[in-house]
Design a protein around this ligand. Structure first.
Ligand SMILES: Nc1ncnc2c1ncn2[C@@H]1O[C@H](COP(=O)(O)OP(=O)(O)OP(=O)(O)O)[C@@H](O)[C@H]1O
Length: 265
């Protein structure tokens, strides 16, 4: 038996290339290594832990809100942050913070997911809505202005709504699920627009230190494909529909371009 294993290991084929014990379950997008599920969980979580520690993202005793949209990125972020907080004794008080933009058939459904996550992960949830803060839902705004530029309005409102929610929760920091793919798209968009000011700050792991609440991106180096795989293998409860108002053509172009480059790798 021992000899059989040794042969398989030497052949370098049938076993996970990290533990050399279990069968591989996936080809890791970041490194293209064939690895088993347990090793994938380990490297995925450990890399995020190293990003948190290496960049001094938090201090013990801090209150941290997780921007929770119910989508894959923020759901995996909420799960991994609560696991790492427990495992490594970060000493953080974690909260889920959701913005209800008032988009029927999209945000109402995704918020149901976040309400389930509140119970599943044992994290208190605060929801702030555009209707309460500004007197308008996105549905009402779109009825008036049509389907033009609404991502721009919505982005500005959401940013402020997250600040207001963070102030309500009295948190020290806000974390979002922006991942390496999102950041690559933003870099490309800022180059295409010639927006040098944004280009210089869009890759920072922490922003807004001079504003009401610093924002951190613990997934700055995490590939979107790995987040999807992690959510899938862990059977996490998330909502996977695109916003009905955001075909978002320009960002979509950047996304496709980066995916094409990735395929050529
Ligand atoms: N309605 C919301 N309420 C709270 N946080 C939000 C909301 N929308 C977005 N965020 C935060 O901003 C991050 C990036 O949002 P974006 O709209 O780019 O969604 P995404 O890349 O599809 O992420 P997700 O899969 O988490 O929805 C999210 O991961 C989340 O942390």
């Amino acid at each position: 038996m021992e000899e059989g294993n040794t042969i398989a290991k030497r052949a370098g084929s049938r076993l996970c290339c990290l533990c050399n014990e279990r069968k591989p379950a996936l080809k890791r997008p970041k490194t293209l290594e064939q690895i088993c599920r347990d090793c994938f969980y380990n490297v995925f979580e450990e890399e995020i832990h190293q990003v948190i520690v290496g960049n001094h993202l938090f201090k013990a005793g801090e209150r941290v809100a997780i921007g929770a949209s119910g989508g894959k990125d923020s759901t995996v972020l909420a799960y991994v942050m609560s696991e790492l907080n427990r495992r490594h004794n970060y000493g953080l008080d974690l909260f889920l913070l959701s913005v209800d933009e008032g988009i029927t058939g999209y945000r109402d459904d995704s918020l149901e997911t976040v309400k389930r996550n509140e119970v599943q992960y044992g994290l208190p949830l605060k929801i702030v809505s555009y209707k309460d803060l500004y007197g308008w839902t996105m549905d009402e705004i779109v009825k008036v202005i049509g389907l033009k530029n609404n991502c721009t309005f919505c982005g500005v409102f959401r940013r402020q709504a997250l600040d207001r929610g963070a102030a309500y929760l009295k948190v020290d920091k806000l974390v979002t699920g922006h991942n390496a793919d999102d950041i690559a798209e933003t870099v490309l968009l800022n180059i295409l627009r010639g927006d040098v000011a944004r280009l210089s700050r869009c890759t920072s792991i922490t922003t807004g230190e001079d504003g009401p609440i610093p924002r951190c991106k613990p997934f700055k180096y995490t590939y979107e494909k790995e987040i999807v795989m992690y959510a899938y293998f862990k059977k996490l409860d998330y909502f996977s529909t695109e916003c009905i108002y955001s075909p978002n053509a320009y960002r979509g172009f950047a996304r496709e371009f980066i995916k094409d480059l990735e395929r050529m790798r």
